[in-house]
Write a new protein. Structure first.
Length: 103
């Protein structure tokens, strides 16, 4: 499935849940549910915001990693969504210093 199709599915909560279940990663789904609840968002809302946040805040290293992950899978859309959700769930200090420089 293409990423654009996945993003469109996030607008409908039932489809968003189906899409996230389709990632076959129960740990990630549980973390997304908890983060969404903490932030007062639906699961689809959290995922859609995660995509937006990645687009505006990801470092060059994050983008290179994403492209690499997408190139090694048969379903780049799902791999992209999984990677973006993991990005959104990182602690703020990890997101700020994804380069690993420790600053």
């Amino acid at each position: 499935m293409l990423l654009g199709d996945i993003i469109t599915r996030l607008e409908d909560e039932a489809m968003a849940m189906q899409t996230l279940v389709g990632l076959s990663d129960i740990v990630l789904l549980t973390r997304v549910e908890a983060a969404a609840a903490t932030e007062g968002l639906t699961i689809g809302g959290f995922a859609a915001r995660a995509v937006d946040r990645f687009s505006s805040q990801a470092s060059d290293e994050d983008w290179v990693t994403l492209i690499g992950v997408m190139g090694r899978t048969g379903d780049p859309g799902q791999a992209c969504l999984r990677n973006i959700l993991q990005f959104a769930l990182r602690p703020p200090e990890a997101a700020a210093h994804a380069c690993g420089c420790g600053s």
